[in-house]
Write a new protein. Structure first.
Length: 200
């Protein structure tokens, strides 16, 4: 398959690319790296990306970020960057990409454990991850041409634990192999409309 992976420089995206490239033709995309550049906060940039690539079988998104901020100072303004990136960025990849994927193609998005298990100063992540999950379930019921969509909800990735574990006390690091397998299940399998939770 020809697979587009948006976000291949982070802990998860790097490992997912390493696994898929062994069996598939991989095109990597990112804001400042990859085979093609894209800013997922800009719908026009996403459209340009899809127009540049032909015959895509699958899209995997591991890009998008959200901030850590006290609930007491949280505001609409401080929420917007995460909404524009991790939420609307992924939503637009699907809304635009559905017109470019081949029949029977698939989307795999990324949310996170915060949708189910809150952490201190992480309300933004909970809001955005929960919304990504809900969007994918709704999209699965509406996509045409047998297109599939799933979300991988990672826990604390083992390769990130040394840097951010202090922000998530009591969360168990998840082996990278388990996280990668969740993406493989979505891309190479037959399921759709599922949130694949890999939390421990």
């Amino acid at each position: 398959m020809k697979i587009l992976i948006i976000g291949t420089t982070g802990a998860i995206g790097t490992k997912v690319k390493e696994a898929l490239v062994q069996r598939h033709d991989i095109i990597s995309a990112g804001r400042n790296s990859g085979d093609i550049q894209v800013d997922i906060t800009d719908a026009a940039s996403i459209e340009k990306m899809f127009r540049t690539i032909n015959d895509i079988d699958a899209v995997v998104v591991t890009a998008g970020s959200s901030s850590m901020e006290s609930f007491q100072t949280l505001s609409e303004k401080s929420l917007l960057p995460a909404i524009q990136s991790k939420l609307l960025g992924q939503v637009n990849v699907v809304l635009i990409g559905q017109h470019y994927l081949k029949d029977n193609g698939s989307f795999t998005l990324t949310s996170g454990i915060l949708a189910d298990e809150p952490a201190r100063d992480a309300a933004t992540g909970s809001i955005v991850s929960g919304a990504v999950n809900s969007f994918a379930m709704a999209a699965a019921a509406a996509l045409k041409r047998n297109l599939r969509i799933n979300v991988v909800s990672p826990g604390l990735a083992a390769d990130s634990a040394k840097d951010i574990a202090h922000l998530f006390p009591g969360f168990n690091p998840v082996p990278m192999s388990k996280l990668v397998n969740a993406y493989l299940k979505s891309v190479e399998g037959v399921i759709t409309g599922q949130v694949i939770k890999v939390h421990e």
